[in-house]
Design a protein around this ligand. Structure first.
Ligand code: NAI
Length: 304
């Protein structure tokens, strides 16, 4: 966060107006990143409650940064004024770059992309923050698929340094170059990856979660023992179960299922019944107060 303070967008940047589609966890975080970098952002969602929540959450985040002395109040005002909350896709018409962060469903994304293309300028880059869907298939919904690219932030977007940029086989060199430059201007580290399931991080992470779940299922160790071992011996900040609870078991399970199918059912990526049942039961993790751990009573005390 500290280093974002000074990261005002490069004046040479072509990308000054940014449209974000979906004001949930990722969309609101990406809006914060772009606004902090000096872009004029329009954050769009179909749900008024999502827009209101995004606005209220940003206010809280900004206040906390001011309290901690990481942001001054003029800067807070500047960032907040850079974001407009809109409930019509047409409002994104002047965007130089749009980043979509709605539900992880190919048909819904394709539908939004083809509608969006009717409103925006010829040269507007249309990006998706998808974790696991193919950029080529999303791009196929556009008349000009060469403007489409994956720009994959990690959660929480303002804090996570890495952004994967994923050109598909349709993406133009210019779209890739401008996207990479923009994300670097926003103070992030870029990893360019080919359009393959899970890209880099989510692919490497599948066996990490999968093997931890198998260790538990085979009765070898408990959630908290596995987490402690990985945290303390492996040097990870969170163990696999803490991380799945943080991400959400529904989101995490869906990504595993998508990667597994996309790799023609390669057993390396096989999803786990334990996680499926947790997701079905609504034990999604931190966001529902219960996952592999119970968060509603004693913070993150193990509930085994
Ligand atoms: P979320 O559920 O927090 O937010 C999605 C938002 O999109 C909601 O506010 C919803 O009202 C809105 N929405 C749904 N359909 C819409 C439509 N047709 N038009 C406009 N708004 C619509 O989801 P989250 O977690 O922010 O994920 C969004 C995308 O980012 C997904 O593709 C996900 O795979 C990806 N992603 C998620 C990460 C995570 O850790 N949650 C990390 C990296 C990527």
């Amino acid at each position: 966060m500290e280093n974002q303070k000074s990261k005002i967008v490069n004046q040479q940047s072509l990308i000054k107006f940014v449209g974000i589609i979906g004001a949930g966890t990722m969309g609101s975080g990406i809006a914060q990143v772009a606004a902090t970098a000096g872009c004029a952002v329009k954050l769009y969602d179909t749900k008024t409650e999502a827009l209101e929540k995004a606005k209220a959450d940003l206010e809280k985040i900004m206040d906390r940064l001011v309290e901690k002395g990481k942001l001054d109040s003029n800067e807070k005002e500047r960032i907040q004024n850079n974001i407009k909350y809109v409930n019509s896709l047409k409002e994104l018409k002047d965007s130089h770059l749009t980043i979509e962060a709605i539900v992880e469903n190919l048909d819904i994304k394709k539908n939004v992309f083809s509608t969006l293309e009717k409103f925006v300028n010829e040269d507007c880059i249309i990006a998706s923050n998808t974790s696991s869907l193919s950029i080529a298939s999303i791009a196929s919904s556009l008349k000009k698929p060469d403007r489409c690219i994956g720009i994959h932030f990690f959660n929480p977007a303002p804090l996570m340094q890495l952004v994967e940029v994923i050109p598909s086989i349709q993406t133009s060199e210019e779209t890739l170059k401008t996207s990479v430059e923009t994300i670097k201007n926003w103070g992030k580290t870029v990893a360019v990856a080919k359009d393959t399931p899970g890209f880099i991080v989510n692919r490497v992470a599948r066996p990490f979660y999968g093997e931890a779940l198998r260790i538990y299922e085979e009765g070898i160790a408990s959630f908290s023992e596995i987490d402690a071992a990985i945290r303390e011996m492996g040097g990870f900040r969170m163990g696999p179960f803490e991380l799945m609870d943080f991400i959400g078991n529904d989101v995490n399970y869906t990504v595993t299922e998508t990667v597994f199918e996309a790799f023609y059912y390669d057993p390396r990526y096989k999803p786990s019944f334990t996680q499926k049942r947790f997701a079905e039961a609504g034990y999604l993790g931190k966001k529902t107060g219960k996952g592999y751990y119970n968060y509603s009573t004693n913070g993150s005390q193990p509930d085994l």
